[in-house]
Design a protein around this ligand. Structure first.
Ligand code: ZN
Length: 442
């Protein structure tokens, strides 16, 4: 879907908050009574105080968001499309939870109607939560990944996704033989990778226990052939998983080496979880430019463990946040940021509100190598943003009245926030709430 938006100033009487990196530290840029001038291609050409921008561009169309706060669109670096209805399935740790809930839910996507509804419901929910870019696993079925791309294509959202590759270690209705898997991926790459500069394909082995040596070798060859594609998978989420991988993949120095030795690391690779990565593994993750995707609500829900953010970033690894639904307990980035804060607090560390917003926006764009386009509100980037109305949550509105700084107000939003306060969502300057024919996606 091509994007054509009229040149406009989008403004609010509240504030614009956007994270920026200053060397190793992360800060919040704030603009009061702020406006963005967005050009015909949906790119931010000016940002600053509204009175000044209005004066310089008196004829530009004005879109007024009243007393709202504007922040960058959220980036969810890891989620599973077929697992929307698995959220809140309790009682098990990772490997049993997969058997009990996840594999049956993903098997249901064999039915194209189920897969179509699942893709469209996910798309709608992402917009409702202010997530403008997502990295998603589809099921093993090629048609399900195709329908996911189709839904994102029509919505205007940004997407990195792939069909899940797995040929062992699960019921046969969620497995696919190697040759068929690769043929399906070739077709998906040809159809979707790079579409409209918004949709990209990711080679998606579920994890080392789901792939035979033949599958890993085939994925390595696919990656070598399609070097611009992403790779997304899981690593070191659960102690039993780590032990099983080491037992199965004998001859590899550690869990990371299973992916590393198959050429699957790099600046376009996303490794979900990474709780139990060793110092050596973290060093190699960082050196390869690979990103770790921290999924705090998933990790606490499944009792997987406490990811140490400071340890990973000290090693030089890039880290962003994600919901990991359905092990994660919801799509809300506010909830994910708050859980990240709690997980680090339990390990004696304190993450600032500024950094939490960074991890949920710009860090995700950096992990996806999309930070030249999105992730923060800066001149030259697409106008991908969320209009936040804290007063839609009465208690939060009252709470903000007694805050003294933007960072304090942001922290209150993180603690109290949910989908109620997400008022409007824009990608490339286009308001998605208006542009998507949601009835067609129902
Ligand atoms: Zn996952």
């Amino acid at each position: 879907m091509s994007v054509h938006v009229a040149r406009a100033t989008i403004h609010c009487a509240g504030e614009i908050w956007t994270p920026y990196r200053n060397g190793a530290s992360v800060r919040l840029s704030t603009y009061k009574s702020a406006a963005m001038l967005v050009d015909d291609h949906g790119v931010i050409s000016e940002i600053g105080e509204s009175a000044e921008i209005f004066k310089k561009h008196p004829s530009a169309k004005r879109i007024d968001h009243g007393s709202a706060i504007i922040i960058p669109g959220f980036v969810d670096g890891h989620l599973h499309c077929p697992q929307l209805d698995v959220i809140g399935s309790g009682g098990y740790r990772l490997l049993d939870w997969l058997d009990q809930y996840v594999f049956p839910a993903e098997a249901a996507f064999k039915d194209a109607d189920v897969a179509r509804r699942g893709a469209r419901r996910l798309t709608r929910e992402l917009v409702r939560h202010g997530i403008t870019t997502a990295a998603a696993f589809s099921s093993v079925h090629a048609h399900a990944a195709d329908l996911l791309f189709d839904s994102f294509d029509r919505s205007g959202l940004r997407l990195v996704a792939g069909k899940t590759s797995m040929d062992i270690g699960a019921p046969k209705d969620v497995l696919e033989p190697v040759a068929q898997d690769i043929e399906s991926q070739e077709n998906l790459i040809a159809k979707w990778h790079g579409r409209d500069g918004r949709l990209f394909y990711a080679i998606t082995p579920r994890f080392a226990l789901s792939c035979s040596p033949a599958m890993m070798k085939a994925l390595q060859a696919l990656r070598e052939k399609h070097g611009s594609c992403y790779v997304q998978t899981h690593i070191s989420e659960n102690i039993n998983e780590v032990n099983d991988v080491l037992a199965v993949w004998k001859g590899f120095r550690d869990y990371l080496a299973v992916y590393e030795d198959h050429g699957l690391l790099g600046s376009k690779t996303l490794l979900a979880h990474g709780i139990y990565l060793t110092e050596s593994e973290l060093t190699r993750v960082a050196a390869s430019g690979t990103s770790i995707v921290h999924c705090p609500t998933s990790n606490t829900f499944l009792g997987s463990g406490l990811f140490n953010l400071n340890r990973a970033t000290t090693a030089g690894a890039k880290v962003c946040l994600a919901s990991d639904i359905g092990a994660g307990t919801g799509l809300s980035p506010w909830q994910t940021m708050l859980e990240c804060y709690k997980v680090q607090a339990l390990q004696g560390a304190s993450v600032s509100a500024d950094e939490l917003l960074y991890r949920a926006t710009l860090a995700g764009a950096e992990a996806l190598s999309l930070d030249v386009k999105t992730g923060s509100l800066e001149v030259g980037k697409y106008a991908d943003f969320v209009v936040v109305r804290p007063d839609k949550n009465e208690l939060l509105g009252e709470r903000l009245a007694v805050t003294k700084s933007s960072s304090e107000r942001l922290f209150a939003c993180i603690a109290y926030g949910d989908d109620r306060i997400v008022d409007s969502v824009y990608v490339a300057g286009k308001r998605l709430n208006d542009s998507v024919a949601w009835n067609d996606l129902a």
